[in-house]
Ligand binder design. Structure first.
Ligand code: ADP
Ligand code: MG
Length: 628
């Protein structure tokens, strides 16, 4: 890591330390309570058992003192044996209740993990594409795993412990005051020694925790990016493995340092507390012995006080570090809430309606669009920057208007970066327009339900992504109820049936990142089969045939012909054959439609299209170009 980066990191940390001092807001606590609500009954039961445990904890020292008094008072033997038996019964009851309370707290805690996880997954799934293009997957996955577990700790281990400990503490103090208020007051004078450093320690540990979480997320990102097949290939071809390892080791080293520091801060703290409680015990025995010798206190009372004191400091110690743990757990809650609070830019209106039945025309009406800047779609903490980029939002599309009548095919042509894919992405509402409107079947896409829009508009993109799942699962993504016969039918139409029939597992063959390796063209045909299965009324092909060689293209062209028949289509293609068949060709340049018309019209006009035709399509096409 260079000097600037190191300096920058410490600045980043300093800012985070600042944040640690702000109190956790009431709103956060209220939301946590909201997550606890479904577990109310278990929580109540847990509270009852905590109180019972606390009462039992106070009973034993009192009984022990009673035994000492019985011995000194030379009381009959059965008194002593009965008390001893009672102590034994209490011990067994304590153990049993301990098991039940742990079962309850584990259930509450794990239930909370479940709720938080599903809430975050559900929410993240609803985020717009812009979020995923900005956010690093590793950081997001870490948020789903580490922070959710951290938040759970607040419940199952800490908050639950706090309740039991507070009750134990109060009961113990009350009983001790009953025995000797002077000794109790003296012992409690040491209380500030516990509470004051615990406050400072809490902030310090929360800061360490946050720093470790951020390093862990960075390492997670590095691993998920580098250890994917394409990432690993890139590193092998161009990367600097030594440099990568060094960078990784440096981060891992920071995590180690933080781990050691956290352990030491905690240990010093706990050791100090143990020492103070041991000193207080000496005080109780000294002072208690003094009173007992003067006949102001029973011998048994001194024993009870000593035992109660150890039971007083145990919950006190636990409470002091509980504060620390609650702080770091709250940090985790806040990090989870931060993700939940990120409002999706593209949302369904409450009064959204389905796409009207019948032929679906597509209309772009004075569309202006710019990709949203980072600060509108992501979180600084997910990208490990202090402040999100507010740049961006620069207009990409300017006043784009066109209409594709039902069943028509509109082709978009233009040089790379002109804005063709951007136009395509606005139709299934991967992004929302800034101005103007995109309409499907006469209705603004922002007024349509997401499900009906998904069912109406189908898209095949250039990269043709497949999940690491079976061919069947990848296909039925579009229509879960499809039968095998339907699957084979679309595979046949995509000219893939022979290939897949020869695979050992057929439709159950796992494809995708670590699965069976399909070639680019085969993958493309599989995504076309998925489109055929979905039977959308509107089809978008974004350079869907770019990966295909001439022979597979010929095969796919037929399939596409079927896919496009009777459907409204928006096609981005290099191939002259596809473009020539279009009812309308739009020439896109710098986000504007600069020419429009049919192939022959545009060639005759001798403008930008004619030029593109000469320089691009004529070469890219297998057939000889007549014009050149
Ligand atoms: N996710 C994105 N965020 C920001 N800018 C983008 C994004 N995707 C594309 N762009 C920009 O938008 C412009 C149009 O890109 P695109 O529509 O992909 O072009 P085409 O498909 O015509 O090659 C380009 O300048 C590109 O850099
Ligand atoms: Mg493109």
């Amino acid at each position: 890591m260079s000097m600037e980066v190191t300096a920058w990191h410490s600045m980043y940390n300093a800012m985070h330390a600042q944040q640690d001092r702000r109190p956790f807001s009431r709103a956060t606590l209220r939301r946590i309570a909201g997550f606890a609500r479904p577990h109310t009954r278990r929580l109540l039961l847990f509270l009852v058992f905590s109180v019972v445990t606390a009462v039992l904890a106070v009973a034993t020292p009192l009984l022990a003192g009673r035994v000492v008094d019985a011995i000194i008072g030379a009381e009959p033997l059965p008194v002593v044996t009965w008390i001893a038996a009672l102590i034994a019964v209490i011990a067994v009851a304590e153990a049993a209740i301990g098991l039940v309370t742990r079962w309850l707290s584990a259930n509450i805690g794990e239930g909370l993990i479940l709720d938080l996880r599903t809430a975050v997954f559900d929410h993240v799934q609803r985020m717009p594409v812009a979020f995923f293009t900005r956010t690093r997957t590793g950081a997001l996955v870490s948020r789903l795993n580490n922070d959710v577990i951290g938040a759970q700790r607040a419940f199952s281990d800490t908050l639950s412990g706090v309740v039991g400990n507070v009750v134990t503490l109060l009961l113990t103090v009350v009983v001790m005051v009953g025995i000797s208020w002077q000794i109790t007051v003296l012992a409690l004078l040491l209380l500030p020694v516990f509470v004051l450093p615990a406050r400072r320690m809490g902030a310090r540990l929360a800061r360490l925790e946050r720093e470790a979480a951020s390093h862990n997320a960075t390492m997670g990102t590095q691993m998920t990016e580098r250890f994917s097949a394409p990432g690993a290939t890139l590193i092998k071809l161009f990367g600097r493995p030594d440099h990568e390892s060094r960078e990784f080791a440096e981060r891992a080293g920071r995590v180690r340092d933080i781990g050691v520091r956290t352990a030491m801060v905690q240990t010093v703290f706990v050791t100090a507390l143990t020492l103070v409680s041991a000193l207080a015990l000496a005080l109780v025995y000294g002072l208690g012995g003094f009173y007992a010798l003067r006949g102001q206190l029973e011998a048994g009372a001194v024993v009870s006080l000593g035992m109660l004191l150890t039971r007083l400091y145990a919950p006190l110690t636990a409470l002091a570090s509980a504060r620390v743990e609650v702080m770091s757990a709250l940090v985790s809650f806040e990090r989870v809430f931060e993700v939940l609070d990120l409002a999706p830019l593209v949302t369904e209106r409450p009064d959204a309606r389905p796409v009207p039945d019948g032929p679906a025309a597509v209309e772009f009406d004075g569309v202006h669009f710019g990709y949203p800047s980072a600060d509108r779609v992501s979180l600084a903490s997910l990208e490990e920057v202090a402040v999100l980029d507010t740049r961006g939002g620069a207009p990409v599309l300017h006043d784009v208007s066109f209409r594709a009548e039902p069943g028509q095919m509109v082709a978009l042509v233009g040089s790379s970066g002109a804005g063709k894919s951007t136009i395509a992405q606005l139709l299934p509402r991967l992004y929302d327009v800034d101005q103007g409107a995109v309409r499907v079947a006469g209705v603004d896409v922002r007024d349509l339900t997401a499900a009906s829009l998904r069912g109406t508009v189908g898209m095949v993109t250039q990269d043709g992504h497949l999940f690491h799942e079976s061919i069947r699962a990848n296909l039925t993504l579009a229509r879960p109820e499809a039968t095998d016969a339907e699957l084979w039918e679309v595979l046949r139409r995509a000219r893939l049936d022979h290939l897949i029939a020869e695979l050992p597992d057929g439709l159950d063959t796992v494809v995708g990142e670590r699965g069976y390796r399909l070639s680019g063209g085969e993958r493309q045909r599989l995504t076309i089969a998925r489109l055929l299965l979905a039977r959308p009324r509107v089809v978008i092909l974004d350079e869907a045939t770019a990966h295909l060689d001439s022979t597979s293209e010929a095969a796919v062209q037929e399939a596409l012909g079927e896919a496009l028949a009777g459907r409204t289509a928006l096609v981005i293609a290099h191939r002259l054959s596809t473009i020539r068949a279009a009812d309308l060709i739009l020439v896109v340049e710098d986000g504007r439609v600069v020419e429009r018309g049919t192939h022959t019209d545009l060639l005759d006009a001798g403008g930008r299209y004619a030029e593109l035709y000469r320089t691009q399509f004529a070469d890219a096409d297998a057939e000889p170009a007549p014009a050149s």
